[in-house]
Write a protein that binds this ligand. Sequence first.
Ligand SMILES: [Zn+2]
Length: 370
Amino acid sequence: MTNGVQDFPLPKSTTTGDTEALRKFNVTKVNWMKFKWKPKKMTLVIIPDANQSVVRFRVSHLFAYLAGAGLTLLLLMSVFIYVLHAHTLKQTIALQSKLSGANQQWSATVTSKDAAIEQLQSEVIQLSQQAEQMKSQLEEVKKLESDLKTIAGLDNDATGKALASAATDKKAAEDAATSTGVGGSPYPVSQDDILKLGEMTSASLTAIGGEVAELQVNLTATKQKVAEKQAQLRITPTLWPTMTKVVTSPFGYRSDPFTKIPSFHSGIDFGAHENDPVFATAAGTVVSTGKDIYHGNNIVIEHSKGLRTWYMHLNKILVNRGDTVEKGDTIGLVGSTGRSTGAHLHYEVLKNGESIDPKPYLKAMRKDDN
Ligand SMILES: [Zn+2]
């Protein structure tokens, strides 16, 4: 190529006489020559200021087009970068806002967790205090169980001792209850302290659980023993048979009131008034009622196998043979029937048919005293 004119090679197949082919070639050549490149120049003028001289740049059109294209590309790229930047900025702001939200939420969660931990710590402390309280209460219950045994006569200890100690305990508890003041230096607890306290409380509660189970077994046994004791007590003579406590003649050897010769008195005489009520000294069954010249109107009650009570010289018998009586029931009225010098009750306790001293069986004036 020289000066914008293109040389076109002749088709190889062109031969003399092939005019049609030659004509087509010439047409093609003419068409190409119409678009012949004509380099043109362009002058760029820069006027810095009115007093300064003008600067001229003479550049070719190609350079101008290239510069224009370059500038356009640069502009497009700038727009693209700006759009990209704006998009990124938007995303960043959104992310920042999200992060800030998450941060606030996290902060709130941490605060709430801290509060929950504090609450749990307080609960552990409270629980440990309750465990301690339960321990002392358990000790009290154990003591009460022991006292109950003693009072019921299931232990060898004196009943009075148990009652006295119960009264002392009550006083101590009352004294403790009147003091409510608290104080001391502030020592904040560490997490380790709380953990240890929790473990100790857990161990205490386990121990208390074991002791409660043991106590339950003991109390069940005690309850059964008390019930047995009660049943035994119901059929054991303990009551005074009259309202009076005046003993006119005790059990044992004496001078006979009629013959004045030494004789054996097989019961106790109570100096009661005529028609005073006579009480059954224990629950039982009336095994005989009758009248004879020695015993007068008399009643025999069987309480358990081998243990009977006998009431003599009655003015009136108020029960029948075969009747069931409870401790304290009125079974007759005081009189002076039979071999008697005046109104009184002759009372006997018989063990396996033999009269024994009734004195150890005189324990209570009222049937609810036992
Ligand atoms: Zn007598």
